[in-house]
Design a protein around this ligand. Structure first.
Ligand code: ZN
Length: 167
């Protein structure tokens, strides 16, 4: 309705398409390759720089958002790279570069990626794969609606069939 268009704000369900590239224009991920993303605005699902850039946009808006690394997945921390004895992981088969492991650290459970393997040591990197990377988003807003009470209680969007999650 003219003059009464819904704008994106906290607790609105937003359905959007996005394509994200690094600062050199290399495509990292695109929802156009699969299905649009449905999020509850303000739930913290999106990186902070993107979430704040959505505010006040309307259905049909297409726009670009540049998000610096510290407002995306954070800066890289050299301290998150550790070399440890391979024996610590002897129960894991197929340990190779690129293998993802769950590790218990001072920060709690964390996903780390194996970046080097030698005869008796492995090196793992606990940085997010996109840490330290400035991101460029192309965003298209497809739908905006109020979140239901149930969606707000669960913290995620329900499709027409209701909640597909276990609670
Ligand atoms: Zn649910």
């Amino acid at each position: 309705m003219l003059g009464n268009r819904m704008k994106i704000a906290p607790n609105k369900v937003v359905v959007l398409h996005y394509a994200v590239s690094d600062s050199e224009g290399t495509l990292i991920d695109s929802s156009y390759d699969h299905s649009p993303l449905s999020i509850i605005h303000g739930s913290g699902y999106l990186i902070p720089g993107l979430e704040s850039a959505l505010v006040d946009h309307e259905v049909g808006d297409k726009f670009e958002v540049a998000v610096a690394a510290d407002n995306a997945y954070g800066e890289r921390h050299d301290g998150f790279v550790q070399t440890v004895p391979k024996a610590m992981f002897e129960s894991i088969e197929d340990l190779d570069v690129g293998t993802q492991l769950r590790a218990t650290t001072d920060e709690g459970e964390q996903t780390v990626i194996v970046i080097d393997v030698t005869d008796d040591e492995i090196t793992v990197d606990g940085n997010h794969p996109l840490a330290g990377i400035d991101l460029q988003f192309d965003v298209e807003i497809l739908e905006i609606r109020d979140a239901t009470e149930e969606e707000l209680a669960h913290g995620h969007v329900h499709s027409e069939g209701g909640c597909g999650h276990q609670h």
